[in-house]
Ligand binder design. Structure first.
Ligand SMILES: *Cc1c(COP(=O)(O)O)cnc(C)c1O
Length: 468
């Protein structure tokens, strides 16, 4: 018989003691140890105690690393979906902190001392910012889209039966078709596909046009008694060039009005500023621009170009917003007080024309200022076995927004005398405050546009530890 077959399963207590302080709460460690030992029991042979411990330490390390914590974003991608999209500024955090740590008038009318409406001030602010009759907000833009689709698409059974001319019962067709251009059946991020969202909301897809061309006539021909709405989806994360045509929104809007069909646009990023005034950026349609074109409802994310908390803003016709808000499903998607206060503070910043949207401050940071920071960081790295230099970078908006736009940026480039760039990058990721950069032509590059100036000292400390 082999040694391994003779070994006994170690006792839970013995393993716990040997693991020592793992930095992970004891109940989690205990559960994991029990589970891994149970797995061992199923096997024919038991590995050596040290191997068992090592495997448990690996599992704990993986688990620990998945705990949410701040990191330094040196990728140059401003709205990084993997990194929590838009970071929030001090005023917004201040609002969340004071509302979160106190009771508030969330649903209380201070004037009359009675139950009050939720988010009335915020909804008014968003309507003003979008130049819309009304606005409301749900958990994210995907939720906004689902709410709109579910509300306007009625299954056949929900429509009351009407009597036909000959007296027989006749069920009218279900009003559940959503007309959408084949050029807009897009996938946003991991697992977010417009056709899937449509179907899961009970809508029937009615594709019109072709991938590259959809005309007004295509929309006109598709409208029938089963049409629930016309949906336009902003191609936010890719672009089409060449032999391309899409019907102008103004014309679709006119057609929709004539046929009494709601016209909805999923805008995606919700830019409130004229992006084309920023060097390197193209024009990104703003919600007010879309409303002006005659769209009945527009929806967009709170944490993309708006630069606020994760939320889904819906703006447009007062009657339609009111109808959405009275849909029972709205209750399942509504935001909590922290998000509402954060969005309220974000909207305030825009209306007062103040600073305080970090994503916009990063976009606007002058290149000379970035270069100066780069030089300062570089000179603070003296004495390390590395070659550090200040290079040129290309920052991007990210978050599925403005994919063609590139913002000139500055990178800190690190080449270690003996250790490969990939290994340095891995060590930076594994640092107490993780630093994420990218590797290009043998050096680790850290884009300074997405690193807050207040993080420079932390960055220097991380590089010092990793590159010793
Ligand atoms: C990002 C995006 C969404 C999804 O928004 P979330 O806020 O992430 O739910 C939907 N549609 C478009 C066009 C987008 O760009």
């Amino acid at each position: 018989m082999k040694q391994s077959e003779l070994r006994a399963i170690p006792a839970v207590e013995k393993v716990l003691q040997a693991l020592g302080d793992t930095g992970v709460p004891r109940p989690i460690v205990l559960e994991m140890v029990r589970r891994e030992l149970a797995e061992l029991r199923k096997r024919k042979s038991v590995p050596a105690f040290d191997a068992v411990l090592a495997s448990m330490r690996d599992s704990l390390r993986d688990l620990s690393a998945s705990r949410i914590r701040p990191l330094i974003n040196g990728t140059g991608i401003l709205i990084h979906t993997n990194f929590g999209r838009a970071p929030l500024g001090p005023d917004v955090i201040g609002a969340m902190s004071s509302i979160g740590s106190n009771y508030s008038n969330l649903e209380y009318g201070l004037i009359g001392g009675t139950r009050g409406g939720r988010a009335a001030y915020l909804e008014q602010s968003l309507a003003v910012l979008c130049a819309a009759e009304a606005a409301t907000v749900v958990n994210n833009n995907a939720a906004a889209l689902v709410l709109i689709l579910r509300h306007f698409c009625q299954a056949g059974t929900e429509v009351s039966q009407r009597r036909g001319r000959n007296g027989a019962h006749r069920t009218p067709p279900p009003k559940n078709e959503v007309i959408i251009s084949r050029g807009e059946l897009i996938q946003i991020g991991g697992g977010f596909r417009i056709p899937d969202i449509l179907e899961s909301s009970g809508a029937k897809l009615h594709e019109v046009g072709t991938t590259n061309k959809t005309s007004l006539r295509d929309y006109a021909r598709a409208i029938g008694p089963e049409t629930a709405l016309i949906l336009k989806v902003h191609r936010s994360n890719f672009f089409m060039g060449g032999f391309v045509e899409s019907a102008p929104a103004e014309e679709i809007a006119e057609l929709a009005r004539k046929k009494r069909v709601p016209f909805v646009e999923d805008l995606g990023s919700g830019a409130m500023v004229e992006t084309e005034t920023i060097a390197g950026l193209e024009h990104e349609p703003t919600p007010s621009e879309v409303i002006r074109r005659g769209v009945d409802l527009v929806c967009f994310s709170g944490d993309k170009l708006l630069g606020g908390p994760q939320a889904g803003v819906i703006a447009g016709k007062a009657k339609l917003i009111a109808a959405l808000k009275s849909d029972p499903f709205f209750r399942a998607l509504r935001c909590d007080k922290l998000i509402l206060s954060a969005l309220e503070a974000t909207a305030d910043i825009y209306m007062r024309g103040q600073q305080g949207i970090p994503v916009l401050e990063m976009v606007h940071a002058p290149i000379d200022q970035l270069r100066l920071r780069g030089e300062r960081i570089r000179s603070a790295l003296n004495g390390l076995p590395i070659k550090a230099s200040v290079g040129e970078g290309k920052a991007q908006i990210g978050g599925g927004t403005l994919p063609r736009s590139v913002i000139a940026s500055v990178t800190l480039d690190l080449v270690h005398n003996t250790i490969k760039a990939q290994e340095i990058a891995a060590r930076l990721r594994d640092h107490a405050v993780p630093v994420i950069g990218y590797v290009a032509r043998g050096s680790v590059k850290l884009d300074l546009r997405t690193i807050f100036p207040r993080q420079d000292a932390e960055l220097i400390a991380a590089i010092r530890v990793v590159c010793r």
